[in-house]
Design a protein. Sequence first.
Length: 450
Amino acid sequence: MPFLAINPYKQLEKLGMTYGSIFTIFLGKYRVIVLNDHNVIRDAYKEDAFSGRPDLKMLEVRNGGIKRGLVCSQGRVWMEQRKFTLRHLKDLGLGKHAMEGLIREELNELVDGIRKQTGTPVNLLTRLQLAVLNALWKITCGERYHHDDNRLLNILKKTGADLAETQYTGPLLFLPWLVHVAPMLTRWKTFVNSITIVHQFLKRIIETHKNSFRENAVRDFIDDYLEEIASTKDRNSSFYGSTGEHSLLITLLDLFMAGGDTTSTTLYWAFLYMILYPTVQKKVQKEIDTVLGKLPPSLEHRKRMPYTEATIKEVLRKSSLVPLGLFHSTTEHTKFFGYDIPKDTVIIANLHNCHNNRNYWTDPDNFRPERFISDDNLPKKYNAFMPFSTGKRVCPGESLARDELFLLFVGLLQHFTFTVDPSNSKPTERPKIGIVLSPKPFTVIANERL
Ligand code: HEM
């Protein structure tokens, strides 16, 4: 099972060269179908039959062994949770003008924090994590944290580094007995400890809400959810009684994990590319100066900033943050491209290959934003570009993520020029591998422009 060991998406790419764009592998007790090409991924993921989630070992601890919440659920539970979460986050401001204000508030604090460290090495990651999470957290549970707040920084470390370092993306997924045979290798205990700490943190927030909850005075998403639990009479609903309370915990965990680390790590990649490709950084700043001058960035500016938009897309392509997406599974027996696919088959979409296929992109290793701009200076679309996946389970946070990426990237480059920190060795583009691909830790030097 070499594929699981080091570089899973590369190993799958290699298998794809021999076996084509759809092939089956067996991992432990699991039958796994790999989709290695954007056309087959798009065709499969638009079908209901492909929109399940597999039963994996880590669910035992993460979700109490049950497919609850939004990310790991399927069928009726998933539909109820996804519909409710999206509708209420939208009502509370997601994708609206109000959200832009929240993100801008975070940008201002980011700029102030970095300004205090100009000329000295700074690791942008934790600052970016707090800024990104705060915007979502404000509408979810009414709280935001100061950028130097150690409480949230510690929790972020648990969801980020600690979970990424455990092998829950590797052999453990498919060989659960490894926990007993090689506990040190799988770092199962670290995973359990980290997830327990995050659970406790979220439970405290829920308890505070329950204690101060007043009917018809909804403050945030948690209040909305508590109201839904109180009004649900259908015993089979995922909002009913104690099931509903557990669903709330898991849905919050889903938002916390899916909504925080993803966007901040993408921004971390963006600034890595900016220091490694200073000419791109200069071009983005030139566009910022021409379109914004000293005005604060607004989503309205986007249409007039094709190079900046193209640069953000190139960051999403080249970093391929979630290289194999989140695994799907089949919810029923189905036929696909003439193949019979049994129920409960695990489906892996190799998004990394979509973004790095040489036959499609010609020079995928180059960081070249121009590929996303047409000859008449308009955005150029690619079917193989799907950083947020596609189909029924496409990332519901895409528009929030895109807004955050634009406002924070532009806002920081408006104020600072970032360069390689000469006191450390030059950072590498080779990623740390986990469910998400993140840059190896690096520091930058920020110099003020305005
Ligand atoms: C650059 C940032 C982001 C990237 C690259 C990204 C990417 C992805 C990908 C590839 C998936 C898997 C979809 C599938 O199963 O086929 C996903 C799912 C998900 N994302 Fe994101 N995401 C980002 C930001 C966000 C944000 C900000 C939120 C929070 C609002 C979020 C919430 C979710 C949730 C809840 C799911 C599970 C959806 C489901 O199972 O139905 N993501 N994301």
